[in-house]
Design a protein around this ligand. Structure first.
Ligand code: TRP
Length: 330
């Protein structure tokens, strides 16, 4: 395919360390699938991490751990640059310009900020936290991203990005595309605690992509199943069972069989979980294998980041030149 005609994707994630299987189904799988068809940029949102946590001591380790999972999961860093937001100064420059194009009340109406303020019990939000969708707009538009793969919780940020792009273009001239969100199909994977909430490391209900077979087995054994299925042969309701959701994702070939067994009572939870664990472990085995190489030689990851940063910086500088030109900043 002609490189020139390929559309650009900008995908980003906060550096939270090792990824879990919910990151795979909710984001990474999609990124990998899209990398042939599009021109991709993969951003480590390390400045975004500061919005909710000023402790930067683990930021570097978290970045490396996450990037290893990206690569082991199938992101090809030769094709698509992987880079840290904080290493490209143009992000802060464009963020400042964009901050003039959006009102404070618009940012206060942003539903995902409202949710964070509520969930994290934030009494007094910082200027930077309130404005983080503006930084995200700079992340996307610096690479003139056409498409942004996101989960539902980030849709409002892509909308803000579109508004800022329109505002810039109508004020100073056409520089930016209006990016489209691309929703992931299997967005939310429930956590292992069965509390009907997302998988998340901070909630302690996550199955990591780097978990070894024994850990996977243990975590699944502890997970709650349908409360109405008390004894082995009681009929169960797969649609309310999180293990069934994992079967659907990681053991698609056996889904009908598992459903029939669960509903009739022929399949007990212990065996069902064993089958689920076997499928998840088979899925994770090549990932863990590939991870090992980078864990043994972390310098490889540093090199990948430096290379990605040089390439991302070149694009970012081009865009900033067009921005300055349009704004007659010289
Ligand atoms: N805001 C995203 C999050 O909190 C991370 C992010 C930063 C991002 N910049 C981005 C996502 C650009 C997509 C595109 O998870």
């Amino acid at each position: 395919m002609n490189q020139q005609k390929q559309k650009t994707i900008l995908s980003g994630m906060r550096p939270t360390g090792k990824l879990h299987i919910g990151h795979w189904t909710g984001a990474l799988e999609n990124w990998v699938a899209l990398q042939e068809e599009y021109n991709n940029y993969h951003l480590v949102a390390d400045y975004h991490a500061l919005t909710t946590d000023l402790d930067t001591s683990a930021l570097h380790t978290h970045t490396i751990d996450m990037v290893i999972d990206w690569i082991a999961g199938g992101i090809d860093p030769m094709k698509s640059p992987i880079f840290r937001q904080s290493k490209i100064k143009e992000h802060t420059e464009l963020h400042l310009i964009f901050s003039m194009l959006i009102t404070k009340s618009r940012l206060e109406r942003n539903p995902s900020i409202k949710e964070q303020v509520r969930d994290l019990e934030i009494e007094n939000i910082t200027y930077g936290h309130l404005g983080y969708p503006v930084l995200q707009a700079a992340d996307i538009l610096l690479y003139r991203g056409d498409v942004v793969p996101v989960g539902e919780d980030q849709l409002s940020h892509v909308e803000i990005t579109r508004e800022i792009a329109r505002r810039f273009n109508s004020t100073w001239g056409e520089v930016f595309p209006e990016p489209q969100p691309k929703l992931t199909r299997f967005a939310r994977l429930p956590g292992l605690d069965g509390k009907d909430r997302k998988m998340s490391k901070s909630m302690g209900n996550a199955l990591l992509m780097s978990d070894d077979p024994e850990t996977v087995g243990q975590k699944l054994r502890k997970a709650p199943t349908d409360v109405q299925k008390v004894r082995r042969n009681d009929p169960g309701r797969p649609d309310v069972c999180l293990i069934f959701t994992y079967h659907q994702k990681f053991n698609p070939g056996a889904v009908e069989d598992v459903r029939a067994g669960c509903e009739s009572g022929a399949l007990g939870c212990v065996e069902c979980k064993q089958r689920c664990g076997t499928a998840i472990n088979a899925f994770l085995a090549p990932h863990i294998e590939k991870r090992r190489r980078y864990e043994e030689e972390p310098k490889l990851v540093e090199d990948i980041l430096h290379d990605g940063e040089a390439r991302a910086r070149a694009t970012a500088q081009e865009t900033m030149a067009a921005v300055r030109d349009a704004m007659k900043l010289g």
